[in-house]
Design a protein around this ligand. Structure first.
Ligand SMILES: *[C@@H]1O[C@H](CO)[C@@H](O)[C@H](O)[C@H]1NC(C)=O
Ligand SMILES: *[C@@H]1O[C@H](CO)[C@@H](O)[C@H](O)[C@H]1NC(C)=O
Ligand SMILES: *[C@@H]1O[C@H](CO)[C@@H](O)[C@H](O)[C@H]1NC(C)=O
Ligand SMILES: *[C@@H]1O[C@H](CO)[C@@H](O)[C@H](O)[C@H]1NC(C)=O
Ligand SMILES: *[C@@H]1O[C@H](CO)[C@@H](O)[C@H](O)[C@H]1NC(C)=O
Ligand SMILES: *[C@@H]1O[C@H](CO)[C@@H](O)[C@H](O)[C@H]1NC(C)=O
Length: 265
């Protein structure tokens, strides 16, 4: 049953990957248009056409040396630490910000989960030609501390204890999906660019098997199960484990997805 469930998500992910990449391309264009005699290190809010009302974009141009040595403390919800490097090297980069607002579900449907926050994106481009369209992203990587995403308006339900555990979700540019723990109640960490949100499992939990003790309890039991399974999979306990490089068949992903569902009751 779990496998069937995972397959449903995978099929969705493959199908949506292209439309979300098309959106990335459009939003790159809209964000770059915000640059009119741009200054380096200043955040410019872009405009989207009326059929995208609800989506916010912004653009920030930085010297890549400055990005690496100083980071950028507060770019909307993103905190970019020192040590972020791009591949291939360019002299200046543009970091494009997305807030997909009420379009989050449309472009990043995640069956079995409910978004508690909008899908936010951070994508890096070469700043050489600010009128370029259909640019491909640079490969960026946080080589020291992770980039943090501080979701300011997570819609936690008042009944905190009775809901499943909120999880950070990461959507890679390649269509991959990864889950990770939420830090400090509303922060997600990543070493890669991509799209981010906080979700909670919304499927009805499968009835616990009456025979075994395993899996019959929540809370502490869930925690034990998690670390046990994590070690079984020989996963690292790094903060961004799975984030970014998680492919569709990564066991970490499967395991976290299972946790999100199993915890809800
Ligand atoms: C909005 O219009 C643009 C072209 O103007 C089109 O490419 C895009 O797909 C439209 N978006 C939606 C959500 O209809
Ligand atoms: C998002 O909300 C705006 C109004 O705020 C509306 O015009 C738009 O159609 C909505 N889009 C979706 C996909 O719900
Ligand atoms: C954008 O670039 C990709 C390859 O990078 C190409 O396949 C696609 O056709 C281009 N789209 C447009 C609208 O130019
Ligand atoms: C996240 O944002 C909230 C307000 O939006 C702020 O109070 C909190 O200190 C921020 N947390 C971090 C880790 O930046
Ligand atoms: C909390 O949960 C109870 C029962 O599930 C429900 O009756 C109540 O309305 C919930 N409260 C809030 C604030 O959601
Ligand atoms: C979490 O909160 C603590 C205390 O406010 C802070 O020192 C730490 O940097 C925060 N972690 C992240 C990843 O934002």
């Amino acid at each position: 049953m779990l496998l069937a469930y995972i397959c449903i998500i995978l099929c969705f992910q493959l199908a949506i990957a292209q439309s979300s990449r098309d959106l990335d391309s459009l939003l790159q264009n809209y964000a770059f248009r915000a640059f009119v005699r741009p200054r380096t290190g200043v955040v410019y809010d872009g405009h989207v056409p009326s059929n995208f009302t609800g989506i916010q974009v912004a653009a920030l141009r930085l010297r890549s040396g400055s990005l690496r040595r100083r980071g950028f403390d507060s770019y909307k919800e993103f905190h970019v630490p020192v040590g972020v490097v791009e591949q291939p090297y360019v002299e200046r980069v543009v970091l494009v910000y997305h807030n997909l607002g009420n379009f989050s579900n449309l472009y990043y449907p995640l069956p079995g989960y409910t978004f508690l926050a909008p899908v936010l994106g951070l994508l890096a481009y070469d700043a050489t030609d600010l009128s370029a369209t259909n640019l491909s992203e640079l490969d960026v990587r946080a080589s020291a501390e992770p980039i943090s995403v501080n979701f300011s308006n997570v819609r936690f339900r008042a009944n905190g204890s009775s809901m499943s555990t909120p999880m950070c979700v990461y959507f890679g540019l390649d269509g991959s999906v990864g889950f990770d723990n939420v830090v400090n109640e509303s922060t997600c960490l990543t070493t890669n660019q991509g799209h981010f949100s906080i979700v909670v499992g919304s499927l009805v939990a499968p009835a616990p098997t009456p025979s075994g003790g395993r899996g019959g309890t929540t809370g502490i039991g869930g925690g034990n199960g998690r670390s046990k399974r994590a070690s079984e999979k020989d996963a690292t306990n790094g903060r961004c484990r799975g984030m970014g490089r998680t492919t569709a068949d990564d066991t970490h992903w499967e395991h976290e997805g299972a946790r999100g569902v199993g915890d809800s009751d």
